[in-house]
Design a protein around this ligand. Structure first.
Ligand SMILES: Cc1cc2nc3c(=O)[nH]c(=O)nc-3n(C[C@H](O)[C@H](O)[C@H](O)COP(=O)(O)O)c2cc1C
Length: 205
């Protein structure tokens, strides 16, 4: 299989136009089952240590469950504000879209029950594999003109309790998925002056 220059450019454009989407940008429009299947299927094509495929997904679309997770977020967000007392901008940021997104997805890591090729010394490579799956989902969602947001201001143990998830699993990511009002070219945190873009020179050691 050889890809054309045009296809490569398209992939690069999708990567550049991927954004973290929050509640200020989600539309209450339903996501089609076919679109969700395409996104999950992309996750299953991610690389994984020892081909362990340790990702598991819990799809959340009930308002009652989303409300519980949102309450949790609000508590944790309030607590986190103390860390940024010297940056008043923090309290004004919208950092999730739990209620606004029609679909939430809890992405879990299934802890291994046998030795995994490649994971002997870098235990976290199983969780890294799940992150690869999330990036695939993010990009394919964007290619379908859907937006995704990652919410990490949540205590994993409390999220798992609400969702009834056992100790065999670790929460890696809590995602919000839906149609968007706008496609944003610039990361919101850059636009708001929270952080600057690092160029390649700054990233090479
Ligand atoms: C592991 C991870 C956790 C994140 N958690 C949050 C979060 O809790 N709330 C939020 O608004 N954005 C979260 N983000 C999104 C980042 O803020 C975002 O990726 C970054 O600002 C760059 O913007 P962009 O994704 O639109 O390019 C998270 C991203 C990653 C990779």
């Amino acid at each position: 299989m050889k890809f054309s220059k045009k296809e490569s450019k398209t992939l690069q454009r999708i990567i550049r136009w991927r954004r973290d989407v929050r509640g200020n940008n989600f539309l209450p429009k339903k996501v089609k089952q076919k679109e969700l299947n395409t996104i999950l299927s992309a996750a299953l094509h991610a690389p994984s240590v020892g081909y362990s495929q340790p990702w598991r997904f819990l799809i959340i679309n009930k308002d009652s469950t989303k409300n519980k997770i949102h309450t949790l977020f609000t508590q944790q967000f309030k607590k986190s504000q103390a860390k940024f007392h010297d940056k008043p901008l923090y309290s004004t940021l919208k950092l999730e879209g739990i209620k606004e997104a029609p679909i939430n997805i809890a992405v879990l890591y299934k802890k291994p029950t046998k030795p995994i090729l490649g994971q002997t010394f870098m235990k976290q490579s199983g969780e890294y594999s799940v992150v690869c799956a999330i990036e695939n989902m993010w990009l394919v969602a964007r290619s379908l003109n859907l937006g995704m947001g990652w919410v990490s201001i949540l205590k994993p143990k409390k999220v798992k309790k609400i969702l009834g998830i056992s100790n065999e699993y670790k929460l890696v990511g809590y995602l919000c998925l839906g149609h968007t009002k706008h496609s944003l070219k610039t990361p919101e945190l850059k636009k708001l002056g929270w952080e600057k873009k690092k160029n390649i020179k700054r990233c090479l050691l």
